[in-house]
Design a protein around this ligand. Structure first.
Ligand SMILES: [Mn+2]
Length: 357
């Protein structure tokens, strides 16, 4: 597997490429054009510029997270074909630039959701946390304002203020969208983009919904093993694959992550590794990557990835905020760097054990 880090680009990320370059074992960067909007065709010169910037720092762009999907595609609106054409042109340009992976999600209206972006832990660190009881007491507009106000001035991925300004209209768009229609619209989109993915060797890797259940009554369809397998069957092209996010899957403790990894096998194109602490049904908080700090069996998860022969990019996912670092919530340097070394340690030890038979 190839150790990577997510980097939001200069001006958006508190972490520099120079800092990432010094993390032992790092092989590449997962980045994006953070100032593009969902539905927009990406300019080739901007792709070339960010690629050059990463390469000048001695690293390589191993994937994009994310190329966001316009709501018209998700709801199946008449203008979706024009946005899909834009998406295809972006795939073509990324593929032509030698970037082999696109991570995306198909969650209605907003991306990942938390009730607290800085929950204090006993050791003084803070983490992202989710409590369904708190979410049940507020409306989406209030949640967006809370997220924005506690993000420390950073722009949160998937929470573009331009879109969120129209949150009520967005909810109206999804009024008649059931899980089934959302699924059909996802299949329609994937069928349309697969030929470009084949021609340009680009893998599409859908991220798990976070949390892995319906929020504010909106449908969510990428939540567990059966739904993932159904999606892979519906579009059997191997370019249609998954971003296996352990943290998002773990929001539902019924998800047996090692079993899901073994079921998906080589359709896993990208891995997000993080640990969470399950507190009660619908209530969890994020934890350090170290297994004993949370509820996930990180050793068994790594073993499963080795067993299925996973060789793609993997990255530490959200970290705790520690040592007074100021960063985008979940995306500081320090705790993700610590987590990455734990992941490499697990990997080296398990590979050595396998070699020794
Ligand atoms: Mn993730």
């Amino acid at each position: 597997m190839k150790l990577t880090f997510r980097w939001f680009g200069e001006g958006f990320d508190s972490v520099t490429l120079g800092q990432l370059r010094q993390i032992p074992g790092i092989q590449g960067i997962i980045t994006t054009l953070y100032d593009t909007k969902p539905g927009e065709e990406w300019p080739a010169d901007a792709i070339a510029a960010i690629k050059r910037q990463v390469e000048d720092a001695g690293l390589k762009v191993l994937g994009i997270e994310s190329v966001n999907i316009h709501d018209a595609i998700k709801v199946g609106a008449p203008e979706r074909d024009e946005y899909i054409e834009n998406y295809i042109r972006t795939i073509v340009k990324l593929g032509a630039a030698g970037i082999p992976l696109i991570c995306y999600n198909f969650m209605p209206v907003f991306d990942w959701t938390r009730s607290d972006l800085a929950k204090k832990r006993p050791d003084g660190s803070t983490v992202l946390a989710y409590d369904q009881n708190k979410i049940d007491k507020i409306d989406p507009d209030t949640m967006f304002k809370q997220m924005k106000n506690s993000a420390g001035g950073f722009l949160l991925p998937g929470w573009e203020p331009e879109r969120m300004a129209h949150i009520k209209e967005l909810f109206c768009l999804y009024r008649n969208v059931t899980e089934e229609t959302l699924f059909e619209n996802l299949v329609y989109f994937l069928d349309a983009v697969m030929p470009a993915c084949d021609t340009y060797d680009v893998n599409m890797a859908i991220h798990i919904d976070d949390p892995a259940w319906s929020v504010f009554g909106l449908p969510r369809i990428v939540t567990g093993k059966e739904k993932l397998l159904r999606l892979l069957d519906a579009v059997p092209n191997r370019r249609n694959g998954v971003t296996l996010c352990t943290g998002s899957l773990s929001s539902d403790p019924d998800n047996d992550i090692p079993d899901i990894i073994r079921s998906l096998g080589d359709r896993i194109h990208f891995v997000h590794m993080r640990n969470t602490r399950h507190i009660a049904p619908g209530v969890f908080e994020e934890a350090a990557h170290y297994a004993a700090d949370g509820s996930l069996d990180m050793v068994e998860i790594m073993q499963a990835l080795i067993d299925v022969g996973f060789e793609g990019p993997i990255r530490p996912d959200h970290g705790r905020a520690i040592w007074g670092e100021v960063s985008m919530p979940g995306y500081g340097l320090y705790d993700r760097a610590l987590g990455s070394q734990y992941l490499l340690g697990l990997y080296d030890a398990l590979i050595r054990k396998r070699e020794q038979g």
